[in-house]
Design a protein around this ligand. Structure first.
Ligand code: ZN
Length: 330
């Protein structure tokens, strides 16, 4: 399939090492990933080879969210967004777009920066790497918490989606991974952290207060299409005050306020289950480059056993509608 749109596609500037520790990955592998994070022309060559028309770029994790000082986070977010616009998107304007990186340590400033990026620089939304550090490495602010409310009001006003991307669990909450540090990142811990964060958003009443907000999850929904039906069912037997102030069951929000992408998952069985749970209107193609390979993911997607109508929607037209992009000539 030609003209695919991919939207979990990461970058990093040599001015700001955004990736955090990769002690648990192989040195050669990570060196190649880091080189590609900082490269732009090679990315476009990879896209050409794999029928990808547009990459929507995002600063890699933990990025701005891992900065413990709010003032520094505000300053760095602005610098990184300027870099994305001037050095990356401007070099290949028909092939690259960008998500804003935001300083959620200061939610009002994050709302202002999102508005600047969307209105003045043509960004298509924001990608947020999980919780933000507040003051130190062991203190988190999750996106459902009260200080973040002004940010969500701005998101709804601007009508752009927010991609909730994983990051590693807080250092003081890693006991279950002790002795198995390789599980902390994308292999396992990312999914646990992000799916729980997404459930917090659902149970917080965020989508009752802001019904037009759309959140995107990678990795085919971080297992939620598989696990949420049981959550719905079990919550029916629990005291309401133990699970938030939501008006609808969690699966309602998954079907009405979330999109999921194929990033990092090239497994037809998992895609088919996701389609059975949420339908083809809310599934989007993505790779998770350069942590994943376009050469592996794109050929799987082009041949996976779904209808050609659904392949068009997931590969391109759902994203065109969600981001208001010009239709691609296939
Ligand atoms: Zn990613």
């Amino acid at each position: 399939m030609q003209g695919k749109i991919a939207l979990e596609e990461h970058w990093e500037s040599p001015d700001f090492p955004a990736t955090g520790s990769h002690d648990f990955t192989k040195k050669d592998w990570f060196a190649d990933v880091q080189r590609r994070l900082r490269e732009v022309d090679e990315r476009v060559a990879d896209m050409d080879r794999n029928g990808i028309g547009i990459d929507i770029l995002s600063l890699t994790q933990p990025g701005i969210e891992g900065i413990t000082d709010a003032g520094q986070a505000v300053d760095m977010a602005r610098r990184m967004n300027d870099h994305a616009a001037e050095k990356l998107v401007a070099r290949h304007p028909s092939r690259l777009r960008a998500f804003a990186a935001l300083p959620l340590q200061a939610p009002e400033k994050a709302a202002e920066e999102l508005e600047r990026c969307v209105r003045d620089m043509g960004f298509v939304g924001a990608l947020i790497n999980g919780y933000s550090n507040i003051g130190d490495e062991n203190t988190a602010q999750y996106l459902d918490e009260a200080p973040v409310e002004p940010f969500w009001a701005k998101v709804e006003e601007l009508g752009v989606p927010v991609y909730l991307h994983p990051r590693i669990p807080l250092p003081n909450q890693q006991r279950i991974y002790q002795g198995y540090e390789g599980l902390l990142g994308s292999a396992w811990g990312f999914g646990q952290e992000t799916s729980t964060h997404a459930v917090r958003l659902m149970l917080s009443g965020l989508f009752d207060r802001h019904p037009k907000v759309n959140v995107i999850l990678g990795h085919l929904g971080e297992a939620l299409p598989f696990t949420l039906p049981r959550l719905d069912h079990r919550l029916r037997h629990q005291r309401p005050e133990t699970h938030g102030v939501h008006k609808q069951p969690p699966t309602y929000y998954l079907r009405n306020n979330f999109y999921v992408t194929t990033s990092g998952v090239f497994r037809s069985q998992t895609l088919l289950n996701t389609l059975l749970e949420i339908g083809s209107d809310r599934v989007l193609f993505s790779v998770d480059y350069p942590y994943e390979s376009m050469d592996e993911l794109a050929p799987w997607f082009d041949a996976c056993p779904i209808s050609d109508n659904d392949r068009e929607k997931i590969g391109r037209t759902n994203a065109e509608k969600l981001f208001g992009l010009e239709p691609q000539n296939a």
